[in-house]
Design a protein. Structure first.
Length: 224
């Protein structure tokens, strides 16, 4: 059986705000998204793009894609029906502007989905696509210290994802035994997001794993 295709994405790679959104804030006389906020974790996953880029260079995946705008515009790792799809800054923009933002969101999702669908088409039963989503998390949230260096997020009810998670954890431990690795931490692997959406569409032919890295390990600049 042919090895599954590898997909690597980074939904929160960028803290950019598209020009049409900036103009829309001005026209609607809204304050817009503060630049200082965009530089924080609220704006993007600090350090995640650099990890994604290195993985793409070394692993040479069959498909890879990074987000092009801040999650404070719209969250590429949320479903379109999520209440967190738009941020507090963009939820009051005019409907035509939000529709344009939705189209940008859809472009990202469609590119990933179309690759998965095309690769799976015509194949027999079994696992045909492994998707790694690269993210980062803050060392402290609401004054609570996160007690992990790396989180591996997956659906524990899916056998293939359990095996992949085991393999990733073993590999990380072999290379960096000092790192604290936790499963489905600091978020649940079954929460609303791109991997969850693709699992529902493609079933056992697809396996989606999100890798969450503590930003304390990522000594990269605040801008992507």
């Amino acid at each position: 059986m042919k090895a599954p295709a590898l997909v690597i994405t980074c939904e929160h790679a960028s803290n950019a705000v598209p020009d049409f959104v900036v103009r829309a804030f001005k026209v609607a006389r809204l304050a817009g998204i503060p630049k200082d906020t965009l530089k924080t974790h609220r704006g993007y996953d600090i350090g995640a793009f650099e990890v994604y880029r290195r993985l793409v260079r070394t692993m040479r995946p069959d498909f890879y894609l990074a987000g092009k705008f801040s999650r404070l515009v719209a969250d590429l790792n949320r479903s379109e029906s999520s209440r967190d799809f738009f941020s507090a800054y963009t939820c009051d923009l005019p409907d035509n502007v939000k529709e344009h933002i939705r189209k940008l969101w859809l472009q990202h999702h469609n590119k990933v989905e179309h690759f998965v669908a095309k690769h799976i088409a015509g194949h027999s039963k079994g696992l045909h696509v492994i998707h790694l989503g690269i993210h980062s998390f803050t060392p402290v949230l609401n004054n609570v210290v996160r007690n992990a260096d790396v989180g591996i997020l997956y659906d524990p009810s899916r056998k293939a994802e359990c095996h992949i998670a085991d393999a990733l954890i073993s590999e990380i431990h072999a290379r960096a035994p000092q790192l604290r690795i936790r499963r489905n931490y600091p978020y649940r692997g079954t929460s609303d997001g791109l991997t969850t959406e693709l699992r529902q569409k493609f079933g056992e032919a697809y396996a989606g794993i999100e890798i969450e890295i503590n930003q304390a390990l990522l000594a990269y600049p605040a801008h992507v």
